[in-house]
Design a protein around this ligand. Structure first.
Ligand code: ATP
Ligand code: MG
Length: 437
């Protein structure tokens, strides 16, 4: 943005305290402390971003971000429990036990890009110049509803972009020209889907229109960032709706290309069913404050591609079903890594979990019984139930594994037809072996 652009932007609409519903009682005590301390030291201090948006919508923000004209070093002198992070754009994290309040100095978007180019020559001085005033900070933000500033000085909300009207109309509208904003950062397309799902908002037509055409820009986004975004989409309690938006806007292919391809094929309905049911169960768990793990999420997304690959390995090579599944897991997993790089601590146990789907089919013998004490049994069993609910595994098989878990050990042996240790002599009749248990 150049100076003429800046001048052409009107000042903020200031919404007075009686005309909005943000109450200090709903803001975390620690965020309030940070805001007041900055204010008392003579700086501007605003609550920004998701915190303001969620409070206006009557939701509970998951964290609070603060924006100020104080530079990071100045912020640090005000708080003992403060750490500066980030190399190029420094920001302050103020720690209160487990809660972290992020304090960001106003930045100037266009200057920022300009300096990125010049930085190699002149480093540090330029970095200082990146900081701007609130009037500049606004325009680097993505959606109008994310660019509302709550001022601790007088409890007003500053609105430069008609964000309040968009909150009321439940609309996601990009600030500025949509195509330009997506080109600057293609992840904004995924953020559009995520916020639409999370908030139950619609994407403004002009913001939705370029997504189909510009989607391929997501291929150049680092896979680690796409992994982070994947978790935000699918592990925040609105996974089913996120999926709907991604499918509608043809964006799933940039996160899970192998799965997206199957969705468009003959078995697409079945794949969609498993994804929906799997995400619904994750959403439920989040609603009940139960833990969720990317291992399960990735199993849900990759099971069909892996299964299909295993089938074709079986056709081509003389290997066992388990071997085919193991190989298919490795192949599909490593292909997936180049799109969303999920850490090995999830991909390795996922493999155990998926191979167990095959092992579950064998209900006899010590080997089958040992599955009950396998580290991944619980996750694999949950996945078996999911498959059964989608008609992909027999309900009787699922019931078997449900029932054996609650049996005492002796009964478990019977269920798996496992003889007691040391009773190997053929003169012991089956009837005796069962007696007295
Ligand atoms: P939530 O935390 O609920 O996911 P949020 O809006 O707080 O939502 P964050 O990713 O925490 O999202 O970002 C905080 C704020 O920073 C956003 O509200 C937005 O103003 C700005 N922001 C974040 N990411 C981008 C981006 N890619 N492009 C432009 N602005 C962004
Ligand atoms: Mg946030």
């Amino acid at each position: 943005m150049n100076d003429t652009d800046l001048q052409s932007h009107p000042g903020p609409t200031i919404i007075a305290r009686p005309d909005h519903n943000i109450s200090r009682a709903d803001i975390s005590d620690n965020a309030i402390k940070v805001l007041y301390r900055l204010h008392k030291a003579g700086y501007q201090a605003f609550l920004v971003g998701g915190g303001v948006r969620d409070l206006l919508l009557g939701l509970h923000p998951k964290d609070f971000d603060v924006a100020t004209d104080a530079h990071p070093e100045q912020v640090r002198t005000l708080f003992r429990n403060c750490r500066l992070i980030g190399r190029r754009f420094r920001l302050a994290h103020v720690h209160f036990g487990r809660e972290v309040i992020e304090v960001v100095t106003f930045r100037a978007a266009a200057v920022e890009e300009h300096q990125q180019r010049e930085q190699a020559d002149s480093g540090r001085i330029l970095r200082d110049n990146v900081y701007g005033a609130i009037e500049e900070d606004i325009w680097r933000r993505d959606f109008t509803i994310n660019a509302l500033y709550y001022n601790i000085a007088d409890f007003t909300v500053w609105d430069y972009t008609s964000g309040m009207a968009d909150v009321a109309a439940r609309t996601l509208r990009l600030i500025g020209d949509p195509e330009t904003r997506y080109r600057e950062d293609p992840v904004r397309m995924l953020r559009a889907a995520r916020f639409a799902a999370k908030l139950d908002f619609k994407i403004a037509p002009e913001a939705a229109a370029p997504i189909g055409r510009l989607g391929p820009l997501l291929r150049d986004v680092p896979s680690a960032r796409l992994f982070d975004e994947t978790l935000k989409l699918f592990q925040s309690g609105h996974g089913v709706k996120s999926l709907e938006f991604l499918v509608e806007h043809d964006l799933l292919q940039y996160l899970f290309p192998q799965t997206a391809k199957l969705l468009k094929g003959d078995e697409g309905e079945q794949t969609l069913k498993l994804l929906r049911e799997g995400l619904a169960s994750t959403d439920r768990r989040i609603g009940e404050n139960q833990p969720v793990t990317p291992m399960f999420l990735y199993a849900v997304f990759l099971w069909h591609p892996i299964f299909e690959r295993a089938e074709s390995i079986l056709k081509e090579y003389d290997v066992s079903q388990i071997e085919a599944l193991l190989d298919a897991c490795d192949e599909i997993s490593s292909e997936q890594q180049s799109h969303t790089s999920y850490p090995r601590r999830y991909s390795v146990p996922m493999k155990d979990m998926l191979v167990m789907q095959k092992r579950f089919e064998n209900r006899r013998g010590a080997r089958a019984m040992r599955l009950l004490s396998h580290k991944r049994f619980r996750a694999a069993y949950d996945f078996l139930l999911l498959r059964a609910s989608c008609g992909e595994a027999g309900q009787d098989l699922a019931d078997f594994w449900t029932e054996v878990q609650s049996l005492p050990e002796g009964e478990q042996r019977k269920a798996f037809s496992v003889r007691r240790r040391g009773r190997r002599r053929p003169n012991q009749s089956q009837q005796d072996a069962g007696a007295g248990r």
